[in-house]
Write a protein that binds this ligand. Structure first.
Ligand code: GLC
Length: 689
């Protein structure tokens, strides 16, 4: 059951798509307190065994207990353990214990979730403004609550199937030749690849919707050339529009008042990659339509996917901030500074980016009403992606365009996926990636993933291999790294055989992964789940955060520590361990329910097939265009009749509800013998019981 409550006069976020009456009951389960400051606080007394799930893209564990989180979209490339805010704001939590209850705070401004940080047993939620909506959901268990929530926020964005291929990115591949070289090396080494990313340097002076003539003199031809090799190019689009006379996007934006304004009505200015920019007012419907229509120029060049960036929005500086620093420094004696003086100057300079004062310094025009940015901050990246998504629906009504964003809010999951922003080449960030995936699924962000190998810092060969071995299972599988870091393409770590083999596993799993992803999208379900959602009565499984259920057939247990030769794994039931060395080289072992230590070499990927489930595998390929889905190999763990329903479509059009998109794989007893039955050709059955 879901109850809805209204506080003050909030702006419509469109996070919830279902019409609902306001509840007449008082808020159940939570205590509600209005402070003298006008703030409303919701508290919940947690019992010892309660787990708190949720918050989507947030720091720390799957169980959010024991820390404090601030929902305020933040560009923080150095997100160490103590950080409270990341790029997304996903205000949905589920408390799971003796009773289970979920709460969604639909608030466009900052919301603080103190989950046993100040007081160990108290969950305290504080929206920073008086205007918001609250939804309280009760249900049988955490998973049931998540499914109810997912029903009211609408269907998740659906990516094209090619976006399940491996994708290579770098800030930046500077020109056509550099990209040709990357593709050649992937192909020469037999390492699969489906896409290459264009980071900011493909543009002319970092101007959105331009392409540098010098670096890409025949862009359209180049897009086609790459496409003929099975590689799509995916350009970045940044939120800030460069201020430059003669630049059409800038001039149109100024003329039509499509940019965010200062209080005095002038266009707000912030420094980002191009230098001084204006921010499109994505909360304004006309501006949203206008900006969305701009993607056409790249679609016309044959582009089929985009990533939206810097849309928290991130600011390196404003003139107001710069002036303050200049004034400050003017009065500092730098002839012989002591450490305190130097640290203060340094702090002033580093404090220039993303200042709260600047977020309070500009306004949106929402249906004629001027709203200060900080009050709707979390909707900015959401509406940038919405502007693209709505435009794609018009420009390419029956074609799926890849789209994912850095900043997000619940509701944006209908228009695009997300990547989890600027992580680092740290083992702890691999673990963070593992722990975050199911929380993202709870909030509807199914097409998601992290920068594999880590964005900042230098990646090592072993970290890259272990991260890829996990990335195989995330819908977005992209290797991305920052300017100035060690080259991170798979062929840059010596012997390439292990990389080729690990990626071959991904490509033979794509039909299964895509099927599980599509079924999760179409049924408002999760593709990646914590063990506790499948085995709610198993107390041990409730505590496991570093193993995941991927779809209905498999569990994974990635290795995330350097120099580990394996790891401990908890099996909530008997399972078949398949240790893949490549798509075709495997070892099998049946393991009993309970704890085990499994050895996992650097070039191996362990996959656990659940009892009475099967896993279909196709032949591996070099890109998804070449994938043959008429012939399958089946690995099954059963001594009985079982079925697997596979979703399969053309991967690009939007005919999702066609019943022909489903086919069956069955293990059936025929003349006392178990065999595989399917409309597909089964080339091999590996049956275990
Ligand atoms: C931001 C993005 C990163 C990108 C860089 C340059 O830091 O998060 O992915 O490479 O900007 O565009």
């Amino acid at each position: 059951m879901i109850r809805k409550y209204l506080y003050g006069n909030p702006i419509e976020t469109s996070a919830i798509t279902e019409e609902m009456e306001l509840s007449k009951d008082p808020i159940p389960y939570f205590n509600e307190l209005t402070l003298n400051s006008g703030e409303t606080v919701f508290t919940y007394q947690m019992t010892e065994s309660d787990i708190v799930y949720g918050l989507g893209e947030a720091n720390r564990g799957l169980n959010k207990r024991g820390y404090i989180y601030e929902s305020f979209c933040t560009d923080d490339p150095n997100h160490t353990e103590e950080k409270r805010s990341l790029y997304g704001a996903h205000n949905f939590v589920v408390i799971s214990g003796m009773i289970s209850v979920g709460i969604f705070i639909d608030c466009a401004a900052k919301v603080t979730f103190d989950i046993g940080y100040t007081e160990q047993d108290t969950l305290k939620i504080t929206p920073s403004v008086p205007d918001f909506k609250v939804y309280v959901i009760d249900g049988k268990d955490a998973y049931d609550i998540v499914k109810q929530f997912r029903k009211i926020i609408g269907r998740s964005y659906i990516a094209p199937r090619w976006a399940f291929g491996f994708q290579q990115s770098r800030w930046s591949y500077m020109n056509e030749d550099e990209i040709r070289e990357v593709v050649r090396k992937y192909r020469e080494n037999g390492i699969p690849l489906d896409a290459i990313y264009l980071d900011i340097d493909y543009m002319e002076g970092y101007k959105d919707f331009t392409v540098s003539d010098e670096r890409f003199p025949n862009f359209k031809d180049f897009v086609a050339e790459m496409r003929s090799q099975g590689v799509r190019l995916v350009p970045i689009i940044d939120a800030g529009v460069k201020i430059e006379d003669g630049y059409d996007v800038y001039e149109e934006g100024v003329q039509n008042n499509y940019f965010c304004k200062r209080e005095d009505g002038s266009d707000f200015v912030a420094g980002v990659w191009p230098g001084r920019t204006h921010f499109p007012d994505f909360l304004n419907e006309d501006a949203r339509k206008w900006f969305g229509s701009k993607y056409k120029v790249l679609l016309d060049d044959g582009i089929e996917g985009f990533w939206n960036d810097m849309n928290e929005p991130a600011m390196f500086y404003t003139d107001e901030g710069l002036n303050e620093v200049k004034d400050y420094i003017k009065n500092v004696d730098l002839s012989n500074p002591d450490s305190e003086t130097i640290f203060k100057v340094k702090d002033k300079l580093s404090g220039l980016a993303n200042r709260m004062e600047d977020y309070c310094g500009f306004y949106h025009n929402v249906d004629g009403q001027m709203i200060r940015h900080d009050k709707v901050h979390n909707l900015f990246g959401y509406n940038m992606t919405r502007s693209a998504g709505e435009a794609f629906d018009e420009l390419e009504p029956n074609k799926r365009i890849l789209m994912f964003s850095r900043s997000s809010y619940i509701g944006m999951h209908r228009y695009g996926g997300i990547w989890t922003g600027d992580n680092q080449s740290w083992w702890s960030h691999l673990l963070l990636n593992i722990k975050m995936m199911s929380s993202l699924n709870m909030c509807g962000f199914l097409y998601s993933g992290a920068d594999l190998g880590g964005f900042g810092s230098n990646c090592t060969r072993d970290l890259m291999l272990r991260w890829l071995a996990f990335g195989i299972f995330t819908p977005l599988m992209r290797n991305h790294s920052a300017l100035g870091t060690r080259r991170q393409e798979c062929y840059n770590f010596g012997d390439t055989e292990d990389f080729k083999n690990i990626l071959s596993i991904r490509y033979s799993l794509i039909p299964y992964l895509y099927s599980e992803y599509m079924k999760a999208c179409l049924n408002d379900d999760m593709m990646i789940k914590p063990l506790s959602f499948e085995y709610p009565a198993d107390d041990f499984a409730r505590g496991v955060e570093d193993q995941l259920m991927i779809g209905e057939s498999i569990m994974i247990a990635p290795v995330y520590e350097q120099n580990a030769n394996g790891r401990y794994v908890y099996l909530p039931e008997d399972m078949l361990l398949v240790t893949f060395k490549s798509s075709s080289q495997r070892k099998y072992q049946i393991l009993k329910k309970g704890p085990h230590f499994i050895t996992v070499a650097l070039n191996e990927v362990p996959v656990f097939i659940r009892k009475n489930k099967l896993l279909p595998l196709c032949r591996t390929t070099i890109c998804t265009d070449n994938m043959d889905t008429s012939r399958f190999e089946i690995i099954a763990y059963t001594n009985d009749n079982i079925d697997y329903t596979m979703y399969e479509d053309d991967g690009i059009s939007k005919d999702y509800d066609n019943p022909n998109n489903y086919c069956q794989f069955s293990i059936k007893k025929i003349d006392d013998q178990l065999g595989a039955v399917s409309s597909k050709t089964i080339v091999k059955l590996s049956l275990f019981n």
